[in-house]
Design a protein around this ligand. Structure first.
Ligand SMILES: Cc1cc2nc3c(=O)[nH]c(=O)nc-3n(C[C@H](O)[C@H](O)[C@H](O)COP(=O)(O)O)c2cc1C
Length: 208
């Protein structure tokens, strides 16, 4: 649950400054339907509704790696993810991805209700490689990168992200080896337990 820190007037002014919506000139004009709930402000950041997201969902995970970050600004962990999907489930807009139980991030994912999935310009690929090869269990791997952690409306993201999805965990399920094709099992699960599937409702997103 988030709390509203700004007055209605502050929200109107800030949204107008960012040129994001056209507000009615007089009270007689009728506002466009849905304007009021398409976006809101959190700590000076515009949080948009998923309906405004304009991306190629097939390229989002396959071409750009992402960071999965779980926890709160006082205690969190981030890891690189390469597999994921955006879609619909139970009439909610959701993101689905897969985390092996051996990852330090897995414990944070199970403990927390919210998490973020964030995407970066190509120049940060080196930093995502670090977060995808070192474990937070062994030390402060964020300090090895150029990324700057910052609180999101829920959870944590990084200042360099071009897109951050704010997500509420709605489902988790441990993959069962018996149902996995033998070819994939040999490649991915010969030494480690299969991934846990996490599904999160995308409650909002932030673009930089
Ligand atoms: C490009 C790339 C994609 C990755 N995708 C995943 C993934 O989807 N799921 C997963 O469990 N691990 C994935 N990993 C591995 C984790 O990011 C890596 O094991 C990381 O060090 C775990 O960090 P942690 O122990 O701090 O959680 C990926 C690594 C890279 C480099």
């Amino acid at each position: 649950m988030f709390h509203v820190e700004h007055s209605h007037q502050e929200c109107r002014e800030s949204l107008q400054r960012h040129g994001s919506i056209t507000l009615p000139r007089s009270k007689k004009q009728i506002p466009r339907r849905g304007d009021s709930d398409r976006r809101h402000l959190w700590e000076g950041t515009i949080v948009k509704n998923i309906e405004e997201l304009n991306v190629n969902v097939f390229e989002l995970f396959s071409k750009d790696w992402a960071l999965l970050t779980a926890g709160s600004i006082g205690s969190y962990n981030a890891m690189t993810i390469g597999w994921g999907q955006l879609g619909t489930l139970w009439n909610k807009n959701v993101v689905t991805f897969f985390v092996k139980p051996v990852r330090f991030t897995h414990g944070f994912m199970d403990a927390d209700e919210y998490f973020t999935v964030s995407f970066y310009p190509k120049e940060y690929q080196r930093d995502l490689t670090i977060l995808g090869s070192k474990s937070g269990r062994d030390g402060d791997k964020i300090a090895l990168t150029r990324l700057t952690p910052q609180a999101a409306e829920h959870g944590v993201t990084f200042a360099q992200a071009r897109l951050t999805l704010i997500c509420k965990k709605i489902y988790r399920h441990d993959m069962e080896l018996a149902g996995i094709p033998s070819g994939a099992a040999e490649i991915y699960y010969a030494k480690e337990a299969p991934h846990t599937i996490y599904i999160g409702e995308v409650t909002g997103f932030v673009e930089n």
